[in-house]
Write a protein of this length. Structure first.
Length: 335
């Protein structure tokens, strides 16, 4: 299993992180329409290929999570997308869940589906060049949520998924996301996130998943977006570290945070402080979607043929997050 540990470390070592470019066609359509670009398969590919061929990929991006459509597309030079990513020195990965559906027995909560036929799909993705995978469980926070049913069901699905992925010689990203939508305090986020992560590891261990060959992708500990009492970035970092130290077994090689509704700068600043205070052996890095792409997307939408300008903006954002993953970022470097 040490091969899986090596893949995980290659993705996250030396200040590298993950570009989450696994937006579904529906999500990517929303993103493109928000900047007035028509969402065609060609345009979706053009934007992604522009990023995947940027020099920042080689320096700062250890892995790219793809969507089913993208992993099967060919670049403008007729190469396969995973080949382009590998040629840039990064590692191709694939989102394998089929989305969050209403949880039977708790209609206000979600369960992530996609276990049916997963073994066969994994074999296909492995042949296409994927070395790691992603599956996201989502949890609401309120007085009564997440329920025990939601915590147990999603942990079980994440564990079943992980064991199938490792069977196919790929690294599973385990993503239990406690959403920041709501009025909850940071303290409530801390308590619920701890409960969710502990249950995930209980199930992973029960399913005999090799913890040295996974990457955890959690949320940071933040107050809800409608909460009046926000906490400082230092408190976000300290609470996030405390939660992970108490909940994550030491065998796990690395943790790659999702940006979950934070602005680009916020996501970078919080990651930087987490690394400044990090007294664990965990690599603490990033697996960002919007927080790596939003500025580049806005610029690109002005002229979708301006590859160099778009890449320059993406490279800068990737560099800032790479510095944050080493605790070396500062606001002054943003300009």
């Amino acid at each position: 299993m040490s091969d899986l540990n090596n893949i995980a470390l290659k993705i996250l070592n030396n200040g590298k992180g993950i570009l989450a470019a696994d937006e579904s066609t529906a999500t990517m359509t929303k993103r493109l329409e928000s900047v007035k670009v028509q969402s065609t398969a060609e345009n979706r590919l053009l934007f992604r290929e522009t990023l995947f061929s940027a020099s920042g990929m080689t320096e700062y991006i250890g892995g790219v999570i793809l969507y089913d459509e993208t992993i099967k597309q060919l670049t403008s030079k007729k190469n396969k997308i995973p080949e382009l990513i590998s040629a840039m020195g990064s590692t191709p990965g694939i989102k394998v869940d089929t989305g969050a559906k209403v949880l039977a027995g708790s209609p206000n909560e979600k369960i992530t589906e996609g276990l049916d036929g997963l073994r066969e799909r994994l074999k296909e993705y492995y042949k296409l060049g994927a070395k790691f995978t992603k599956w996201r469980g989502v949890y609401n926070i309120s007085k009564e949520y997440p329920s025990k049913l939601s915590i147990q069901s999603n942990a079980h699905a994440l564990a079943r998924y992980s064991s199938l992925v490792q069977e196919c010689n790929m690294v599973p990203i385990v993503e239990p996301e406690v959403l920041m939508d709501g009025e909850h305090s940071a303290k409530e986020c801390y308590e619920k996130t701890s409960e969710v992560i502990k249950k995930c590891f209980e199930e992973l261990i029960f399913h005999k998943v090799d913890l040295k060959g996974i990457i955890l992708k959690p949320n940071m500990i933040l107050a809800g977006n409608k909460c009046k009492n926000k906490i400082s970035n230092e408190e976000v970092a300290k609470l996030t570290l405390k939660c992970l130290k108490d909940s994550v077994p030491s065998e796990v090689p690395g943790i790659a945070f999702l940006s979950g509704g934070q602005s680009e700068i916020e996501a970078t600043e919080n990651l930087n402080l987490i690394n400044k205070f990090n007294d664990t052996n965990f690599i603490m890095s990033y697996s960002y979607g919007r927080a790596l792409q939003q500025s580049a997307l806005k610029f690109w939408s002005q002229d979708i043929k301006n590859f160099e300008g778009t890449q320059k903006i993406f490279n800068q954002r990737a560099k800032m997050n790479s510095l944050a993953a080493q605790g070396k970022w500062s606001k002054e470097l943003e300009n």
